[in-house]
Design a protein. Structure first.
Length: 211
């Protein structure tokens, strides 16, 4: 049974199948895609998050059935990286989000990332350094980015789900914004990190001031 305000160490496809239709207000997620190189974090070497070592990721995005479930369980969606697998998204959108990483010289890395959304509004850009937070995961995004998304696209009382939460940045933002949440991550090492980060966010309480 899937409960609110819990995270699950499991394949999200299995977990989402236990969630009723349209019971999630907003899915915000960054599915794995096109990652075939070693990064500076990944499999555990020691007991501290800083001692995580590179992991090898698959070179493809999740199968279409994962996206079918995301759209079944949720009323609205924000999906990062969808420009890499747009054929798996069921309809066009006028509202794409652009995360500007705040650098322009190093052309070996993407200078920005795109997120497809289900919202009927205009495209928006948010600039935030990719080095904003301590990194635990190879594709980790700043908590501030997710806070901005939640502030602009979620309503008070909304339940937020991240089916591929990695080290938990989206769910940390949801907690800080006072939202209920559900999340899935099948890699134990990242699940453990996310548990620690979410617990700290819960102890700190809801944020009262905006940047």
């Amino acid at each position: 049974m899937i409960n609110l305000n819990q995270i699950y160490n499991m394949d999200c496809l299995e977990g989402m199948r236990e969630i009723p239709d349209k019971s999630i207000d907003l899915v915000i997620t960054d599915p794995p895609y096109g990652i075939g190189i070693n990064h500076n974090m990944g499999r555990r070497k020691g007991d501290k998050p800083s001692e995580y070592q590179p992991a090898v990721w698959d070179n493809d995005s999740p199968p279409a059935e994962y996206f079918d479930e995301i759209f079944r369980i949720s009323k609205n969606q924000v999906v990062f990286g969808a420009n890499h697998f747009i054929s798996k998204i069921p309809y066009d959108s006028s509202c794409w989000l652009m995360w500007d990483k705040g650098f322009s010289e190093d052309l070996s890395f993407a200078q920005f990332e795109l997120a497809w959304t289900s919202f009927d509004s205009t495209c928006k850009k948010f600039e935030c350094s990719s080095k904003q937070d301590k990194r635990f995961h190879p594709t980790q995004k700043p908590v501030k980015l997710f806070e901005w998304i939640i502030k602009n696209y979620a309503k008070e009382g909304d339940t937020i789900c991240d089916p591929f939460f990695g080290s938990g940045s989206c769910l940390v933002a949801a907690v800080r914004m006072g939202h209920q949440f559900i999340g899935f991550e099948k890699e134990q090492i990242y699940f453990d990190i996310a548990q620690i980060r979410i617990k700290k966010a819960q102890e700190q309480g809801k944020i009262t001031e905006w940047f």
